[in-house]
Structure formats: structure tokens, C-alpha cells
Design a protein around this ligand. Structure first.
Ligand code: CP
Length: 317
């Protein structure tokens, strides 16, 4: 595997989940693969889970790990070509990337949507510069439009907890005080469609995702209707994707918060969220603390999804 960005990169999902569950019960069985290999994790944005789980996964595989927080201690990076660099940015990404590539064998990149230019975000300009100029396999640790390590962990979690072959999975928008990217819902939708679950997306009008990701999912604007008979409820906020409102907040309607009353409409559904989560905006205290909440096992599975991806990359070196 040379890159991990979209669901297609992982191949057959049944095989990938089987491999994940095997690795989960034998985390240190492939330690030889990472011997004398170095993972560089480059963060343009904050992280708790991605940083810790990916580092742990790499250590399980015997790798060395370097973490670079671009905004803390590195030179401020220019990303646009043609700019006269007479401002506060001292180094260009086009030199920085091959330099980074010279110190490692695999690169993980976290670079969120900037909401300055929709085309730049959706063309994944920064990620593709890493792929083009680093000379090393590159995987997404949440980029402008996707968060595949999260979606893979979500899939593993659903497979572990589902009681029927084809569960009803509902992705629901929920309110948030800040404009958030579409990366998590995009990848979640892409992976749920690929898993061929009974998949429904519910959100207020104006929050439609890029059809490239929402695919054939059933879109239901009435959240109560969408939640009926759900086996899994995945809450997430995102900002508008469609023009002319790209990156904007269109609603902070608190009636979309996932509460015990909302969960009572479901088939005793499990609650899911990628974390970090704003309590009593996205989800009420009692729902996230309930025995049906999967937020902690879901986060724990981030180590496993990262380990499958790194293992496959190491096997291809
Ligand atoms: N879910 C997730 O990616 O968490 P972090 O932003 O803390 O890495």
C-alpha cells in the first residue's frame, strides 16, 4: 500500500476487518516489520487520539516514530508557489517535504480544511504535495476532506458490536459553536456505503455533503424519522459544503442534539462519535455516559486501524 486516503485503498473490507481483529489479539506479532523503519507524523493541526493511537500502532510494529508539530517549533511554512516570501513564513513546503522524506520511511499527514478556497480543500493540495515530493508512502491522519483512520476504526467497532448482518446506521448532524470540516462525515459516509449497511444521513437542509462521499445513502431531513429503528447513531457536526455557503454555519438548532429522548426513537441503538465532542451541544451527558455509548471502544480501535494501515505499508516497502 503506497497511500491510504480513501476506502478503495484498503481493498476488501471483510478482509480488512478480519485482519484488524486478528491484529487486535496479537498486537506485537509483527514487530519485525518495523525494525529500522521510521514513521514521521506531521501535524498542521491539533490531535489527541490520532497522535497517540498512530504512535502506539507504529511502536507495536517495532517502528521508530518522529512527531512534528508544524505550528510549534518548526519554521512557519509557505504552501503557495509563486509567493514573494517577504512575510513571516521562512520555509517553503516544496523544500520542507523532501527534507522530511529524507528522514523517514512512511509519512502521516494531518492538515485540515482551511475554508479559504473550496477547490484547494477538495483537491487536497497539501496532502498531494506530500505524495508528490516526499518520495515515501503517505497516509491521511485527517486531511481537508477525509479521515480514513477514523472511519476504519468506526467500521471495526460496528462489526464488533452489531447484532444483525446489515445494521441500520444513522449519521446525524448535531449543533456546534464553530465551523467544522466535512472530513469525518465524508469518510464515515464513504466507508458505510462501501460496507453496504442500511445507511441514512440526517441533517438540516443546506448541510448536504459532497455526493462523491454521500453516494447512495438515504438522506432524511427529519431527524426523528431517520432515527427510527437505528442500530447505531453516529453524531457529528459539520459546516456547509454546498456553494455559496462552503465552510459556513447555517444552524445551531439545539433540537438536533442527541438526547435520551432522541435515542428512545431507535432500536436501543449504540451511540458513536469520533471525539473530541462538545457535551450538551452534540450529545447529552446521559447519552455519552450510557452503557450504549461506544465512544471509548471506538477511540481504542484507532490503534487497530492505524496498525493495519502501517502493517500493509511496511509489507509493501
Ligand atoms: N478523532 C480524532 O481524530 O481525534 P483527534 O483529533 O484527537 O486526533
Amino acid at each position: 500500500m503506497r497511500s491510504f486516503i480513501n476506502v478503495d485503498d484498503i481493498g476488501d473490507l471483510n478482509i480488512a476487518v478480519k485482519e484488524a481483529l486478528e491484529l487486535k489479539s496479537n498486537r506485537f506479532g509483527y514487530k519485525h516489520l518495523g525494525e529500522n523503519k521510521t514513521l514521521l507524523m506531521v501535524f498542521f493541526n491539533s490531535s489527541l487520539r490520532t497522535r497517540l493511537s498512530t504512535q502506539k500502532a507504529a511502536m507495536n510494529l517495532g517502528m521508530n516514530v518522529i512527531v512534528l508539530d508544524v505550528n510549534q517549533g518548526a519554521w512557519k511554512l509557505e504552501t503557495e508557489r509563486g509567493v514573494v516570501m517577504d512575510g513571516d513564513k521562512s520555509e517553503h513546503l516544496l523544500e520542507a517535504i523532501p527534507v522530511m522524506g529524507s528522514y523517514c520511511d512512511v509519512i502521516g499527514v494531518r492538515s485540515f480544511a482551511r475554508f479559504e478556497n473550496k477547490a484547494d480543500d477538495y483537491e487536497e493540495k497539501i496532502l498531494h504535495q506530500f505524495i508528490k515530493y516526499s518520495g515515501k508512502p503517505v497516509f491521511a491522519m485527517e486531511t481537508a476532506t477525509v479521515h480514513p483512520l477514523q472511519a476504519f476504526a468506526d467500521l471495526i467497532t460496528i462489526e464488533e458490536f452489531k447484532k444483525v448482518e446489515r445494521p441500520k446506521v444513522v449519521l446525524t448532524w448535531a449543533p456546534h459553536p464553530k465551523a467544522l470540516p466535512q472530513a469525518v462525515p465524508n469518510s464515515f459516509a464513504q466507508w458505510m456505503n462501501a460496507a453496504e449497511y442500511d445507511f441514512v444521513i440526517t441533517h438540516p437542509e443546506g448541510y448536504e455533503l459532497d455526493p462523491k462521499f454521500s453516494g447512495n445513502a438515504h438522506i432524511e431531513y427529519n431527524q426523528d424519522k431517520a432515527l427510527a429503528e437505528a442500530d447505531f447513531v453516529y453524531a457529528k457536526n459539520w459546516s456547509a459544503y454546498t456553494d455559496p455557503n462552503y465552510g459556513k454555519i447555517l444552524s445551531k438548532d439545539m433540537s438536533w442534539t442527541v438526547t435520551t429522548e432522541k435515542m428512545s426513537l431507535t432500536n436501543n441503538a449504540h451511540f458513536m462519535h469520533c471525539l473530541p465532542v462538545r457535551r450538551n451541544m452534540i450529545v447529552s451527558d446521559d447519552v455519552i455516559e450510557s452503557e450504549r455509548s461506544l465512544v471509548i471502544p471506538e477511540a481504542a480501535n484507532r490503534e487497530i486501524s492505524a496498525q493495519v494501515v502501517l502493517k500493509r505499508i511496511l509489507e509493501s516497502l
